[in-house]
Design a protein around this ligand. Structure first.
Ligand code: V47
Ligand code: SF4
Length: 376
């Protein structure tokens, strides 16, 4: 708390929020909405100090791959440029060999997510985890969003605890945070009417947490949602974490407009930084907020780790979802580049696995690393 108590702020609204956080109180919906209007640098100072009170200067990342086994999807969310109808041009379904090519010596985490395939059965999805685990048993597997879990429940006519127990038995370690979008019925009706809403998403993550499967949570922002809806989304997740703890990280995903025609341009970098800061301040009971470089771009993501984020996700390899929506970021980055970005932002890089077990802490400066290597 030292970082928060010592902080001097000029803006009365941001300083009132600081007092509440020092007292261990959560911010309300009204306070969150008002904070969105506050001077951005003051918000950044507070969110950065709050992140430092939890993690010091450490910023986590993982050496991972994103695996999207198929883009064939029976749904048609209006914001999604990734999914294709069966047989449509550009539709793909990977073979086992193509899937296993994503599993190499370097990685410690794999993030698997894809479409709801019209021909696949639950066994096909189980088989992917099974074969990835067989190729590299030490790999942490973060796979299948609540939307996919709900699809498996419908395929098998079984409840979520059965589906999740089966997945855990073959090697699933954690659930990713995708598919949450925005917990607003208004937005759901407009953009993803056929897909599960807030109640079911929260229920599936609650079941996962109770079964000892940790998870993440996302927010898709920068389309037709309001700031008040973003704040309510964070509060709903915060309440779930109180009832059934198990979130590792919250990831605000900057909407990539692609060819959807929903908005003319992506949210501005300032709006991104405000959203990261608000995520940190509102979601006080989740360990990490991620600055997801794939959707933010590397420069804004690097700024994000001075605005409350304490995680940069991973090196990723070939990302398909944001890039189908024309994201300008590279498809993957090297580990050295990740370390360099975190250092340039004045933070301490820490390599982790999907369960946030520390693999390696890097020194603050490259020269220190070189000195250690030279004396070793
Ligand atoms: O579920 C789809 C979203 C999600 C677009 O858990 C889009 O560690 C932006 O969930 N623009 C997949 N977003 C990505 C995801 C994720 C990413 C990184 C880390 C983790 C984690 C999870 O991407 C989807 C959907 O909500 N999405 N289309 C788009 N055009
Ligand atoms: Fe399918 Fe997911 Fe795209 Fe919706 S967001 S169309 S469920 S792949």
């Amino acid at each position: 708390m030292q970082a928060l108590t010592a902080l001097r702020l000029r803006d009365p609204v941001v300083d009132a929020a600081r007092h509440k956080l020092v007292a261990g109180e959560s911010l309300t919906q009204e306070e969150g909405v008002r904070l969105f209007e506050a001077p951005v640098m003051e918000l950044g100072l507070l969110a950065n100090a709050y992140a430092r009170s939890k993690h010091g200067d450490r910023v986590y990342f993982t050496v991972n791959r994103q695996l999207n086994p198929t883009n064939v999807c029976v749904l048609a969310c209006r914001f999604c440029d990734y999914a294709k109808k069966p047989g449509a041009e550009g539709a793909y379904t990977m073979t086992e060999e193509q899937i296993l090519a994503h599993v190499d010596d370097e990685i410690t985490e794999i993030h698997i997510v894809g479409g709801l395939h019209n021909k696949w059965r639950f066994d096909d999805y189980l088989g992917i985890i099974r074969s990835v685990k067989a190729k590299k048993p030490s790999l942490s597997i973060k796979a299948y969003t609540a939307v996919e879990i709900d699809f498996f429940c419908r395929l098998t006519k079984k409840p979520a605890d059965w589906v999740l127990t089966e997945l855990k038995a073959v090697g699933l370690d954690a659930l990713p945070g995708g598919g949450a979008e925005v917990f607003s019925e208004r937005v759901r009706r407009e953009l993803f009417q056929q897909k599960i809403g807030a109640r079911r998403w929260l229920e599936i993550h609650e079941v996962a947490h109770r079964l000892g499967i940790p998870s993440n949570a996302t927010l898709l922002y920068g389309h037709i949602e309001t700031r008040a809806e973003r704040i309510q989304h964070m509060i709903d997740l915060r309440e779930l974490e109180r009832r059934a703890p198990g979130f590792f990280a919250f990831i605000p995903l900057a909407f990539q407009p692609g060819t959807t025609g929903l908005v003319r341009r992506q949210a501005s970098a300032i709006e991104d930084l405000r959203t990261i800061a608000l995520s940190r301040l509102m979601f006080d009971n989740v360990p990490h907020v991620k600055s997801y470089w794939v959707m933010l771009g590397q420069d804004t993501a690097a700024a994000g780790i001075n605005f409350g984020a304490s995680d940069m996700d991973g090196t990723i390899g070939v990302e398909k979802i944001a890039h189908a929506a024309l994201a300008k970021s590279p498809v993957g980055v090297a580990k050295e580049s990740m370390v360099q970005t975190i250092r340039e932002a004045g933070k301490l890089p820490v390599e982790r696995d999907a369960l946030y077990r520390v693999i390696r802490e890097f020194p603050r400066h490259e020269s220190a690393a070189a000195a250690v290597a030279a004396t070793a």
